[in-house]
Ligand binder design. Structure first.
Ligand code: COA
Ligand code: NAP
Length: 291
């Protein structure tokens, strides 16, 4: 038993199938767990077969059917094949989670074009490939797609220009698909996790400054858990959210209320990030604003 099945029927999503990119680890794996706990069959996709197999073993222990598909979301053909394979194994797909992403801290003025493009390719193009490949499935099931966005989309964080641009693109894609695919009965939404403890994402973002500059800005005063994001994904996929589309739903303990200021200040004070940065620009006096 878990909080999820204490609150919701363990058969809430029985007879449905979900496909989750990046489902081999972190938040996306927690989403796969949560779907399996309420009766859904799940397919997970990522680049590492070993990681997917490890995750699949955990998921099979929950009792439902589980499929894995090794695919890079940057490759549209591979995504077509992954979606077809998943549908063959676990049945018509009614929920798609576009969760695969890449992140690293890098100052924009030092980042190579390839570095910027890599994150746009994985996050934004990868989400588009996933959605496009899944359209026929979603049309058949009158299903829903959930994109995983991030606070960087609308709050400016230092050394996150590539991620912010990619996630803002994802939010826009989500809204456009909500409008365009609504007439097919397909819902399109985005989840916006705040800092989630124990994840690869937060390891990378807190590496130079620790957790406190993040938690200080969170109204609820703590990191979230992967399960808290997953619970929202389950509700959003269920008939409980049958009139919800085009929504960007924050699961961030209120971080968006405070914005990125505390984290940015801590990054400046840290002085260096990955051995790069601060050439003094941040510590010299800001230009005067004329009265
Ligand atoms: N700082 C600046 N640029 C960086 C960087 C860093 N820390 N890490 C990668 N890059 C840039 C480089 O320019 C690199 O190009 P190069 O080969 O010319 O140096 C480019 O990104 C591509 O890196 P590469 O390692 O070849 O890409 P990849 O496709 O194998 O991996 C990443 C993608 C870089 C995003 C990798 O970190 C990854 O696989 N991440 C997945 C897990 C993750 O990020 N989880 C958190 C999700 S929020
Ligand atoms: P994670 O464990 O690293 O998850 C990312 C997953 O994506 C991995 O399983 C990875 O597997 C997969 N992936 C990466 N590149 C891929 C590619 N090209 N093709 C296919 N799969 C790929 O990180 P996480 O922190 O849990 O993040 C999960 C999601 O939540 C991301 O969308 C992230 O932006 C978002 N988010 C996280 C936080 C947080 O606090 N962690 C906050 C806001 C938003 P392989 O490497 O094996 O392919």
């Amino acid at each position: 038993m878990s909080v999820l099945t204490d609150c919701l029927s363990p058969r809430l999503l029985a007879g449905t199938a979900a496909f989750i990119t990046g489902g081999g680890s972190g938040i996306n794996l927690a989403i796969a767990h949560a779907f399996a706990e309420v009766g859904a069959d799940v397919a997970i996709c990522g680049r590492s077969e070993e990681r997917l197999e490890r995750a699949a073993q955990e998921l099979r222990a929950l009792g439902g059917r589980v499929a894995t598909a090794v695919a890079d979301v940057r490759d549209p053909e591979a995504m077509n094949a992954a979606i077809s394979h998943a549908a063959e194994k676990i049945g018509p797909l009614s929920t798609i989670i576009a969760g695969a992403a890449g992140n690293f801290l890098a100052p924009a003025h030092d980042m190579s074009s390839k570095g910027f493009r890599t994150v746009i390719d994985i996050d934004l193009l990868g989400s588009f490939h996933t959605a496009r490949s899944a359209f026929d499935q979603l049309r058949t099931t009158r299903g829903n797609i959930q994109f995983i966005s991030a606070g960087q989309s609308d709050n400016a964080y230092l050394h996150q220009a590539h991620v912010g641009a990619a996630k803002a693109g994802i939010d826009s894609l989500m809204r456009h698909l909500a409008a365009e695919w609504g007439p097919y009965g397909i819902r399109s939404n985005a989840l916006v996790p705040g800092p989630i403890g124990g994840t690869e994402g937060m390891k990378r973002l807190a590496a130079h400054i620790g957790e406190q500059p993040w938690t200080d800005g969170i109204a609820l005063g703590r990191f979230g858990t992967p399960g808290e994001v997953a619970a929202m994904a389950v509700v959003l996929a269920s008939p409980l959210a049958s009139f919800v589309t085009g929504a960007r739903i924050a699961i961030d303990g209120g971080l968006a209320l405070a914005g990125s200021g505390l984290v940015n200040r801590a990054l400046v004070q840290a002085g260096t990030v990955n051995g790069q940065i601060s050439d003094g620009a941040y510590s010299s006096p800001r230009p005067q604003v004329h009265p």
